[in-house]
Design a binder for this molecule. Structure first.
Ligand SMILES: [Zn+2]
Length: 420
């Protein structure tokens, strides 16, 4: 982003300051920092500036499927609702589904996300056009495709993704150990190493997945993916609900990241809760995600922050197990450098931040992080800046009506919205 932006009279950690951003970076912060000629200016009296949220695991285009087949068991939901729909999905559907997801994410303070879904090139174009940051995973499943064909398709998709300008990082996204063969998983590990690509996969989400892995390979999921070379500093494991303490030590040693998705796990009734305290003790990097909007069903990370903190307190039978500050740190990616940002608000950092409205029932009283984690929803977010560009101001996002109309038309074509 080229250009300059000044935010005046904004509260940062209780101090009123000015913030100036040039070419997408924060260049000045302080009580005496004032706009210069030519700056775009946001007058932020009554606003607090905080780091944005990072959604560490989602399938953004599934906004189109939201509200269909809820409350079904997983395999019935997939077989009867999702897979038949996905067979008819066009790149245009993914583009507008992701634009709709970006709209919802911006409106609730998320500026960066890790995605895994079909037609990743369409998703990347949507993220570019929305102005967010994303790591776009190329989905790999070889139950219906030969490993050879999968390699050819993946390399071609990677080349397409690298052509999309914008704040996009391509990744390899083998869906899970039960949908990708051992041969393909090994190949993913090699390609990721050769091209220095992140790997984004589901792991140990349900107990049957662990049991099947033990039956098929004689080892638990973490040992299995480690033997195939998949665990490293650029590996993101979504869920990890059924990972045991000994496996957490291996994940920490390999410097891989776990993204916990507490709301999606509760909704699916996976019967367990990710052992965050054991992960913290082992030194594992941990982030927070929503999972797809068809299995959460919200992309408002404020929900997930609260539920994360509550289920961990409940699991530990200890209200002090996870503080509001710690939950917020997880939600902003501060405990998982792989997610893409060590976003303190400081000179020399990318100009990504939120302005929260002070005069809300949630934020007007009490300690700030408690209010944000336990009391608030994304509705407290007033303004969103990414890479120095204002994506939302006073809750208005340009083009929102068109995005909603176009996404609704895609849902209608798929038989998911009533005719006009
Ligand atoms: Zn998922």
């Amino acid at each position: 982003m080229t250009g300059s932006l000044s935010v005046t009279d904004v509260a940062v950690d209780g101090r009123k300051v000015g913030v100036r951003c040039v070419d997408g970076m924060i260049t000045d912060i302080g009580p005496d920092v004032a706009p210069r000629p030519g700056d775009e200016v946001i007058r932020a009296e009554g606003r607090r500036l905080v780091s944005p949220l990072i959604n560490g695991h989602t399938h953004a285009a599934m906004t189109l499927f939201r509200g269909h087949g809820d409350d079904l068991p997983l395999m019935r939901w997939l077989k009867e609702i999702i897979w038949p729909l996905e067979a008819r999905l066009e790149p245009e559907d993914v583009y507008w589904g992701v634009r709709l997801a970006c709209l919802e994410m911006v409106a609730s303070g998320t500026t960066c996300f890790w995605d895994m879904y079909w037609h990743p090139h369409a998703a990347a174009r949507a993220v570019r056009d929305a102005g967010l940051r994303a790591t776009i995973g190329i989905p790999l499943i070889d139950s219906d495709t030969s490993p050879k064909e999968l390699k050819v398709q993946t390399v071609a998709t990677l080349a397409q993704l690298l052509e999309v300008d914008g704040l996009i990082t391509p990744a390899l996204a083998p869906h899970a150990i039960y949908t990708v063969s051992e041969e393909s998983l090994r190949w993913v590990a090699e390609l990721a190493f050769e091209r220095d690509l992140p790997v984004h996969m589901h792991l140990a989400e349900t107990e049957p997945e662990v049991q099947d892995c033990l039956n098929a390979h004689g080892e638990r999921p973490v040992a299995y993916v480690d033997r195939l070379g998949l665990l490293g500093g650029r590996t993101l494991l979504a869920h990890g609900v059924w990972v045991e303490p000994a496996e957490l030590s291996v994940i920490a040693e390999r410097q891989a990241t776990i993204v916990t998705n507490p709301v999606a796990n509760l909704k699916l009734g996976v019967g367990n809760v990710f052992d965050y305290l054991a992960a913290r003790r082992a030194g594992v990097a941990v982030g927070l995600g929503t999972d797809g909007p068809a299995s959460n069903n919200s992309l408002d990370m404020f929900d997930d922050l609260k539920i994360f903190a509550l289920v961990q307190k409940h699991r530990a039978a200890d209200p002090a197990a996870v503080s509001a500050d710690e939950a917020w740190a997880l939600g902003t990616g501060a405990r998982a450098p792989l997610l893409g940002q060590a976003r303190q608000i400081a000179v020399g950092q990318p100009a990504d931040f939120l302005l929260l409205r002070d005069q809300t029932t949630e934020l007007s009283f009490g300690e700030q992080y408690s209010a944000m984690v336990y009391g608030a929803t994304g509705a407290i977010v007033d303004t969103v800046v990414v890479n120095g560009r204002v994506l939302m101001h006073q809750r208005a996002i340009s083009g929102a009506d068109e995005i909603l109309d176009r996404a609704r038309a895609c849902a209608r074509r798929l038989g998911l919205a009533p005719p006009q």
